[in-house]
Design a binder for this molecule. Sequence first.
Ligand SMILES: [Zn+2]
Length: 274
Amino acid sequence: MKVRLPTVLPGLAVAVFLLSAGRNPCPGRAGGAAGYFVPPVVTIYLSFDDGPCKGSEEVDRLATVDSVPVNVFVIGKYVFSSDSMNLLFRRYERNPMIEIGNHSFTHANKKYRKYYEDAGEVLADFNVNRDSLHLVNGIARLPGRNFWRIGKRRQEDIVNGKEAADSLAAQGYRVFGWDLEWRSDSLGLSVHSGREMLELVDKTVREERTFRAANIVILLHDPQLQNAEFLAELRDFIRRVREKSNYRFGHLSAYPDLEFPVGLAAKPLILTSR
Ligand SMILES: [Zn+2]
């Protein structure tokens, strides 16, 4: 429907336009008579790779005790390596604060370049992991590669693996990389304090260096939480984030532009067994 502005009262029309513009429908932009600034709400995703392993128990406990959403990317080979690892995986499954993603069955046996030379083998490896662990949400992360395939958007490292990422995406996997890694040093100590990490998050978001604006995926690894000091810094980071009104934590299933709600698709391709 077309809306005609009254031609006899141009001054009034301009005034109406200015008033409605002042409502500031765009978050993060200056608006209102006083020129206030509404910062965008940024979602932080904490993602832990390479479980189950030592440290997974702490990841599980952190998610519960701190009531923080966590994504884990698991390796089937580790799940079936022992009863204790299997139990850790079951804990992940039972924890509503934890969402489980696919990190391949073999983790490329740590021979990444060769692994990615055969896209068909990579897809088969992810399918074995999906089927043996009953991973139904399609959320995946490539071992040793920071590649993204979300909706129509894509991003990748300069290393090989593009074909593998494409074939996973074509089969319905949502391939997540990461925007920022929280590293530890050779002693397992946190390279950054919780305060420094929040500063880095602020800077990365402000400079729009994330795959998707106002969303930041942080990479961690389960073994890091074996170190009590690292864990304390992570807890401090979570506390500081919660003190800021423009941040929240989320699960990757709520990441923008997933083609259909994770786990709710009528017929996701990845649920079709070959
Ligand atoms: Zn990994």
